[in-house]
Design a binder for this molecule. Structure first.
Ligand code: ZN
Length: 367
């Protein structure tokens, strides 16, 4: 069996891991740019813990805390100019997927000797990046262990990833205590994103026995937590499981890429402002049904990890989490399918969908 597997990120997992293992940050440089969102890292204690760890190490820092959800290219450039003008030599990205992706893009842009024009950010070839450490405060994106920085791409009217192995964080600190105050809707949306990563990883032509092992465990961990209606009243143990599951799923997509679900989901986020994770969740059951027609056994493996029997059971479980579905017009469905069929990640699908198949997935999910 031929395959490749690569994962260069050292993971520290457990309560107070930033305090216990913060000395590792000394290897990254002398002055950090902390990249984060406007408020959650301040509220959940992660920013304080990061600052304390840097102080213990005698490392200086600046804070760039203007990352919005679905970060823009302009945000990445603004952060990079903060890093350069303040002499920062590494990035500490704290938050959900948006701050981590923005932080990784900042680390890349800040390290270039010749400035990369914004129009070339997704196509340029990069030779260096500042080192990054990541502290996820949601359990969804897995960005703490991937080589992707996903930014809003207005020229393509979508979200597009800057992808280079230079973007793998050197360290990821997983402390589920930062997730205690997450709202139910953020919890649901992020869990559904992680589930989508693990499931799509198993439906990728790049899946291997290593990625399958990680994806299967991720799916099983998520399944053990989402039985409660709407994921309400999660205790610390469940939060720890979900954070582990999302990191495992990140390790999966770092190696398999995503599939048609993400390709379609980006349009739902760009045009309809539907949260990224929710967008994937809305599409996942129908995509599974499409794959099942050709690859019944593969889908059965996924369902077995969830302790479910049929794709209908899977759909009902997700319906319980996602609630009332948004609706798309026939013209929107046509447009999004047209865009997605040309996306790079379509080639990852274990059964390659035609445009009509994507129309059917959208119609069944949001028609
Ligand atoms: Zn995702």
């Amino acid at each position: 069996m031929k395959f490749q597997y690569f994962m260069p990120t050292r993971i520290f997992s457990g309560e107070r891991c930033l305090a216990e293992h913060g000395a590792a940050l000394k290897q990254l440089g002398t002055k950090a740019l902390i990249v984060t969102g406007t408020h959650s890292a301040k509220a959940n204690g992660s920013l304080d813990d990061a600052v304390k760890a840097l102080a213990v190490n005698g490392q200086a820092y600046c804070v760039y805390d203007k990352v919005m959800s679905n970060p823009t290219i302009a945000c990445a450039y603004e952060g990079a100019s903060e890093a350069v003008s303040n002499g920062c030599d590494f990035v500490l990205a704290i938050g959900g997927g948006s701050p981590m992706d923005a932080g990784k893009a900042v680390a890349l842009l800040a390290a270039q000797e010749k400035p990369v024009p914004p129009a070339e950010i997704f196509s340029a070839s990069y030779a260096r990046a500042l080192p990054v450490a990541a502290v996820p405060t949601t359990a969804g994106t897995g960005s703490e262990v991937t080589q992707y920085a996903i930014l809003t791409n207005d020229a393509a009217e979508s979200k597009t990833s800057v992808a280079t192995p230079l973007l793998f964080p050197r360290f990821a600190f997983l402390d589920a205590a930062y997730m205690r105050g997450l709202s139910q809707s953020v919890t649901v949306n992020t869990v559904v994103d992680a589930l989508s990563h693990a499931v799509e990883g198993m439906l990728s032509v790049r899946a291997s026995s290593v990625s399958d092992a990680l994806a299967g465990e991720s799916i099983a961990l998520i399944a053990s937590c989402i039985a409660a209606p709407g994921l309400s009243d999660l205790d610390d143990e469940a939060r720890r499981k979900l954070l582990t599951a999302s990191t495992l799923a990140g390790m999966v997509i770092a190696n398999t890429g995503t599939t048609a679900v993400h390709a379609l989901g980006y349009s739902l986020t760009y045009y309809k402002n539907i949260d990224h994770g929710r967008a994937n969740g809305l599409l996942l059951a129908r995509f599974l049904a499409f794959i099942e027609r050709t690859k019944r056994e593969r889908v059965a493996e996924i369902l077995a990890r969830m302790r479910l029997k049929t794709v209908d059971d899977f759909a009902r479980l997700l319906d319980g989490l996602l609630g009332k579905r948004e609706k798309l017009s026939a013209a929107e469905i046509e447009h999004y399918a047209e865009k997605a069929v040309k996306a790079a990640n379509i080639a990852n699908c274990v059964v390659r969908p035609e445009k009509d198949d994507l129309v059917e997935v959208l119609q069944g999910s949001l028609g």
